[in-house]
Write a protein that binds this ligand. Structure first.
Ligand code: NAD
Length: 479
């Protein structure tokens, strides 16, 4: 990035604010309410020491609460060495609008710890995470009814299990303590389908987009997802699951994967499981025999493809490369991968952007299901699964009896019978709830996109839907 573009480029938080401003200009909100929704309510900064490797190491962490129009507030905890206040506030704001768009009953929050998790071993990370959790929990910044974190970049179910356990140790009589954090492993109160949820949500979002030929045409594309050429940046939790499902279930061809150390290219399609396993073993894509290695990974953001999926960091599509981006359709699996300036350039070029506040909302949606599961203390499907199977069995037996008695010669295929008779377990119910959520939210956005002449993109449509809902909550509270 040259110096001139650096000067022009707003920060991530400013980018989110600029996008918010573009939306509220089209609304009729009283100025006080607009400001109330815009600002981040509070950010807590904590510096704590942990004795490691023979000395006290000091860590800095944040928890930002953007909006408490609904409580608890919700948002992930990120582990990265460059985490800072501006970033967590931008991410917390996005959480507010994301939760409103997919109708999860939460306000927006986000946390971060300045740490490179690769520099510490598991036991050390556990000590650091428990101490961070202690600092947040004692101020109710981790709490089942006030503030419920989840995984984000650099964290996963292991960290969430430590946080849940730390909270439980501090609140021994709280029967709902497991609901203090989501994204936990199943044996610590998690839910089936949470780990895959954000990537799965990206898949469902694209499936829904491709159900509307006129929307697909706006991106200059046609047909279904089958055969679409896709480039993914970041093969972590979100990028890996999105790439896996799109290639294995929807017929997409993943032509390039961009990672920290460069990109791997294969026009015939990369086998995502292999590439993922290679990265896990070698720490990057270099040397992976399934494709050609390109050391300058960011060049691949500009390569020709049908769908570009940035699933790593914010600000990767910015003023320095926006005009060279060739993908006609970008789905923001990461938070804030496109800066406000780049967004302007891409919109002028006619690029269709499926925005982060919708595209990666699968995570918080399934987190919501997990939170409900923890509060109800029963797994989804436990009561009805076998009853449903018995009902289906009844119908199948009756059809078979009719066929026999009336000599109709009908025979239900064993495959149909097996599928039809299987009652829905937790995973099926979670996927069904997520699919429904992604469809409904997309429909709300596209309704605004298509019905208003002054709205020419899905991002502003999404902001309009969610700001309207947040405003309604504040009004209901008498503000
Ligand atoms: P992750 O840590 O699991 O994966 C991030 C991946 O990006 C890693 O594979 C990492 O090596 C790669 N990466 C890092 N720097 C890179 C660079 N400069 N170039 C290319 N690749 C790079 O994180 P995640 O949970 O998958 O989160 C990714 C994005 O999705 C973040 O923006 C996060 O806020 C967002 N998100 C995550 C969730 C979730 O449930 N995990 C939910 C919503 C949004």
């Amino acid at each position: 990035m040259n110096k001139e573009t650096q000067i022009q480029e707003p920060s991530f938080r400013e980018s989110v604010e600029l996008m918010f401003s573009r939306a509220v200009r089209l609304m009729d909100l009283p100025p006080g309410l607009e400001q109330k929704i815009r600002v981040c309510n509070a950010t807590y900064t904590v510096r704590f020491g942990v004795r490691l490797r023979g000395q006290i190491q000091t860590f800095t962490g944040y928890r930002a609460v953007h909006s408490e129009h609904m409580e608890p507030v919700k948002g992930g905890i990120r582990y990265a060495s460059n985490v800072h206040q501006d970033e967590v506030e931008a991410l917390a704001a996005l959480m507010t609008f994301k939760c409103a768009l997919v109708e999860t009953p939460f306000g927006g929050s986000k946390g971060g710890l300045c740490i490179d998790p690769r520099e510490w071993d598991e036991h050390e990370l556990e000590q650091i995470t428990r101490r961070f959790a202690y600092e947040l929990a004692k101020r109710d910044l981790i709490h089942p009814s006030q503030n419920v974190p989840a995984p984000d970049m650099g964290t996963g179910e292991r960290e969430m299990a430590w946080i849940a356990d730390q909270y439980a140790r501090m609140n021994t009589t709280d029967i709902n303590s497991r609901a203090c954090v989501t994204g936990k492993p199943i044996n610590a109160g998690g839910i089936q389908g949470r780990t895959e949820a954000t990537g799965r949500g990206v898949e469902y979002a694209l499936q829904e987009f491709f159900r509307y030929p006129e929307d697909v045409a706006k991106a200059g594309l046609e047909g279904s997802l089958d055969g679409k050429r896709v480039i993914v940046q970041g093969l972590g939790n979100v990028g890996y699951h999105a790439a896996k499902f799109l290639s294995e279930e929807d017929g997409c061809i993943i032509t390039a994967v961009i990672e920290r150390d460069g990109a791997l290219i294969n026009e015939k399609g990369l086998p995502i499981e292999n590439v993922h396993a290679w990265i896990a073993q070698h720490g990057g894509v270099q040397g992976c025999p399934d494709g050609t290695y390109e050391p300058d990974g960011s060049k691949l953001l500009e390569a020709e493809c049908d769908i570009l999926i940035p699933a790593a960091l914010e600000g990767v599509i910015n003023l320095s490369n926006a005009d060279r981006i060739q993908a006609p359709l970008i789905i923001e699996a990461a938070n804030g991968p496109i800066t406000a300036g780049a967004d302007d350039i891409l919109r002028r070029k006619g690029t269709v952007i499926i925005p982060d506040l919708y595209a990666n909302a699968g995570g918080v949606t399934v987190s919501y299901f997990e939170w409900v599961k923890n509060l109800s203390h029963i797994r989804f499907g436990r009561m009805e699964k076998r009853q449903e199977e018995a009902q289906h069995m009844l119908l199948v037996s009756e059809l078979e009896r009719l066929s026999r008695d009336k000599e109709l010669g009908w025979e239900l295929s064993p495959d149909f019978k097996a599928k039809f008779m299987r009652g829905a377990g937790e995973l099926e119910l979670v996927r069904s709830g997520l699919d429904d959520t992604m469809r409904t939210a997309y429909q709300a956005m596209r309704e605004v996109w298509h019905s208003r002449d002054d709205v020419d993109d899905l991002r502003i449509a999404g902001f309009l839907v969610s700001i309207d809902r947040v405003a309604a909550s504040y009004r209901a509270k008498g503000l």
